[in-house]
Design a protein around this ligand. Structure first.
Ligand code: ZN
Length: 96
């Protein structure tokens, strides 16, 4: 019984680990890999052949998951409040 509980716990941990680091977003550069989302960076797992990455903190703002999704799928984010180049102006982030 104890062993059974342990294996379930392990499975759950593994599932949440996968969910946390792998997204359903395809790499916008190579279009073959699924992006890895970390706390501070979003990147393509194929570092050698592709190497696409995007820091999540831009102009002092951390990009949320919907922002990253917009950026990767549409090539730009919507206007992000608080991301400012000049006081009072919002910015949107463009895919480079
Ligand atoms: Zn890639």
């Amino acid at each position: 019984m104890e062993g059974y509980a342990t294996s379930i716990t392990k499975e759950l941990l593994q599932t949440s680990f996968v969910r946390k680091t792998r997204s359903e977003l395809s790499c916008p550069k190579c279009n073959r890999q699924q992006l890895i989302i970390r706390d501070k960076i979003v990147k393509c797992p194929d570092e050698e052949a592709c190497g696409w990455k995007q820091f999540r903190i831009v102009c002092g703002i951390t990009l949320s998951m919907p922002d990253i999704k917009d950026l990767v799928e549409k090539g730009s984010t919507k206007l992000i409040k608080g991301m400012k180049s000049k006081p009072g102006k919002s910015l949107m982030l463009l895919l480079y």
